[in-house]
Design a protein around this ligand. Structure first.
Ligand SMILES: [Zn+2]
Length: 92
């Protein structure tokens, strides 16, 4: 495992051949455009125009839906694991 540490938290180690979206305000790189929209809406909300706010809101709703689905899957996995172990304990 490699660990990248920097004395300046605003610098990021991005490979030369990697395509990234950069925040126009702070220069922080992002892998996907949706992540950039979420960053700009959260950190630079006062500088956004109407189109950028709409993009942020769409990205936020998509991210919220994915997070809700993840929580549901995690809950189902925990319930299955709990009852699986309970039945195993009851039978053995
Ligand atoms: Zn930024």
């Amino acid at each position: 495992m490699t660990e990248t540490q920097s004395s300046d938290p605003t610098t990021y180690d991005v490979p030369d051949d990697a395509e990234s979206e950069r925040c126009p305000e702070c220069g922080r790189p992002f892998v996907r455009e949706e992540l950039l929209a979420l960053h700009r809406g959260g950190v630079h909300a006062e500088t956004l125009g109407a189109d950028e706010i709409e993009t942020f809101e769409e990205a936020y709703e998509d991210e919220s839906e994915r997070l809700r689905l993840f929580r549901l899957k995690a809950l189902i996995a925990l319930v299955v694991l709990y009852f699986g172990l309970l039945m195993t304990y009851a039978l053995v």
